[in-house]
Design a protein around this ligand. Structure first.
Ligand code: 5GP
Length: 188
């Protein structure tokens, strides 16, 4: 049994249900820890500062980037996102399974730094389901939905670069599959 933490890059197009899956992964095991990203995007209804994201201005983001405080960062649909480095390193040292819920450009940077990281891509059962979910959320304008749908399609085209692809056909089933992948990889 290996008690070291592992770094897990968890990617999925927006609308795929990543947030719901991630919450269940966290509540399944206190050893699972999610990195809270910094973003310049405005909070959505129902989101909490410090829990979903740390919301900062573009100049604050640029300052952190200059100070090399990010493990990785990206611009996605016109907003900046980044994972603060220090807490990730600290939690890995504590033996936690550290999850980074990030998009593909971020994954490219993380795999350079941590070639052994575990990478999981969460796929929708179909593109139609993804579009329905994006619209069903009802929090974004048509223009934003189109942008996110296009971004989703181009991200999905890169899912083959990830070690595992998991289909979110059923939330509990997808969560179980991810938990067993993490367990298996930890014990390697
Ligand atoms: P959303 O605006 O829907 O919360 O996130 C948009 C995309 O940015 C999602 O694919 C999400 O996983 C990704 N994302 C969130 N935080 C980070 C981060 O710190 N770095 C990177 N590279 N992507 C992130």
């Amino acid at each position: 049994m290996n008690n070291n933490g592992i770094l897990v890059v968890f990617t999925g197009a927006s609308g795929v249900g990543k947030g719901t899956v991630m919450k269940k992964i966290l509540s399944a095991d206190p050893n699972n820890w999610l990195s809270v990203s910094m973003t310049t995007r405005v909070p959505r209804d129902g989101e909490t500062a410090g829990v979903d994201y740390n919301y900062i201005s573009v100049s604050e983001f640029e300052k952190m980037a200059e100070e090399k405080a990010f493990l990785e960062s990206a611009c996605y649909c016109g907003n900046y996102y980044g994972s603060p480095k220090a807490p990730v390193v600290e939690q890995l040292e504590k033996g936690k399974n550290v999850f980074l819920e990030i998009e593909v450009q971020g994954f490219e940077q993380v795999r350079e730094l941590y070639p052994d990281c575990l990478s999981i891509f969460l796929l929708p059962p179909s593109i139609d389901v993804l579009e329905q979910r994006l619209r069903g959320r009802g929090t974004e304008s048509e223009e934003v939905i189109q942008k996110r749908l296009n971004a989703a399609l181009s991200e999905i085209s890169r899912s083959g670069e990830y070690k595992y692809n998991v289909i979110n056909d059923d939330v509990d089933r997808a969560v179980e599959e991810i938990l067993s992948i993490v367990k298996k990889e930890k014990n390697k």
